[in-house]
Design a protein around this ligand. Structure first.
Ligand code: GLA
Length: 402
């Protein structure tokens, strides 16, 4: 039996609910399969990525401007760190096979750009693809993995997003393992972001291979629905609702980058987007035009109380705890024994949503201090349950602390 077929058979037998710090074990485990991660991303990575707003329209002025805006807007102070250039930065490979940036879009070269980003106290991220071509048709890393890793390290790259277009019959495990080993061989700390859209359930095998793995197809800037190959916010959320047990320090579920501020949703929905990403311990990769944010969008992206939930040191992602029609409760345990709780109203009119302590795994009689993370105020302490009026497509997000 082929190794991949054997692994698939084993994984199918694995209950999805079990905590799965899974790596293939036994005699069929490849000798080089890592038994520990790279030690990076102990909390979910935070940063900015070009794709959701700018797609292929990237160049060095845009990237420098984003780094400047990250600092000037206070996003850096709020915890955002990585400036990631997604697809379309690539030029050709040189005579020795080393990838070069597009000379028109990046005339100063990637080393200079990395130096600029670092001079702002930020980190530099880049994008490639495990196949022969990236999703936008630029050169992929297939057959050049070690060379590309060396080149990225020379440029001072701190983060690699690695996509899955033009991969033919390639195997996800083998392909991502190869690049993980290539990155490791450079000796540089490079966060490794797997982007195979959940196609091989990477949450079951990538714990020690990548620091984050996409769980779904691409996010569309809409509340819900299917849009060509993209899906809306609620569709992404539903696909992630059961995956919390697989996340943890150093290895996170990635429900895709933020669409907050890109114009397809109302402010209330963007608040919901940010709240749920923090609940899921998702990477917070802003995807808007940082230099031109409205005050409402800035307030969402820099809400430190919500960011603190995302970055909670326990690293225990939250999931859906209760659902009744379009009313939902999401919760996650926090360091120190508290809980973060989201009351989510997916309906078209405001409604009251309640949660009792048993649902949250708390003793019924416990008196808990309640803090509203969007109103930034303490609510009356509660015993046994908590209720609130929740706007349409909105959330009430609180912490409960004993
Ligand atoms: C895929 C990825 C996106 C983005 C584009 C770039 O669709 O899932 O996040 O990187 O490719 O072409």
């Amino acid at each position: 039996m082929r190794l991949s077929a054997l692994l698939c058979a084993l994984l199918l037998l694995t209950p999805l609910t079990a905590r799965a710090d899974i790596v293939p074990t036994g005699t069929d485990r490849p000798a080089e399969w890592p038994t520990e991660g790279n030690g990076l991303a102990q909390t979910p990575p935070m940063g900015w990525n070009t794709w959701n707003k700018f797609a292929c329209d990237v160049n060095e002025q845009l990237i420098r401007g984003a780094a400047d805006a990250m600092v000037a807007t206070g996003m850096k102070d709020a915890g955002y760190e990585y400036i990631v250039i997604d697809d379309c930065w690539h030029g050709e490979r040189d005579a020795d096979g080393f990838i070069q940036p597009d000379p028109v879009r990046f005339p100063s070269g990637m080393k200079a750009l990395g130096d600029y980003i670092h001079s702002k106290g930020l980190k530099f991220g880049i994008y490639s693809d495990a196949g022969t071509k990236t999703c936008a048709g630029r050169p992929g890393s297939r057959g050049h993995e070690y060379q590309d890793a060396i080149q990225y390290a020379r440029w001072g790259v701190d983060y690699l997003k690695y996509d899955w277009c033009s991969t033919g019959t390639q195997d996800q495990r083998a392909s991502y393992l190869t690049m993980a080993l290539a990155l490791k061989a450079t000796g540089r700390d490079i966060v490794f972001s797997l982007c195979e859209w959940g196609s091989s359930q990477p949450w079951l095998w990538a714990t020690h291979i990548g620091n984050l793995w996409r769980t779904t197809g691409d996010i569309h800037d809409a509340w819900a629905g299917k849009f060509d190959y993209r899906i809306g916010l609620m569709d992404i959320v539903d696909l992630n609702a059961e995956l919390a047990p697989f996340a943890g320090p150093g290895h996170w579920n990635d429900p895709d980058m933020l669409q907050i501020g890109n114009g397809g949703m109302i402010t209330e929905e963007y608040r919901t987007h940010f709240s749920l990403w923090a609940m899921m311990a998702a990477p917070l990769m802003a995807g808007n035009d940082l230099a031109n944010m409205t005050p409402e969008i800035h307030e969402i992206l820099t809400n430190r109380e919500v960011i603190a939930v995302d970055q909670d040191a326990l690293g225990h992602a939250g999931g859906r705890t209760w659902k009744d029609g379009d009313k939902e409760v999401w919760s996650r345990p926090l360091v120190g024994g508290g809980r973060a709780v989201i009351l989510l109203n997916r309906g078209e009119t405001a409604q009251t949503i309640s949660v009792d302590w048993e649902t949250l795994g708390l003793p019924a009689a416990t008196r808990m201090a309640v803090r509203d993370l969007w109103a930034h105020r303490d609510l009356p302490a509660s015993r046994g349950s908590f209720s609130a009026q929740v706007p349409s497509h909105g959330v009430v997000m609180v912490t409960l602390k004993g």
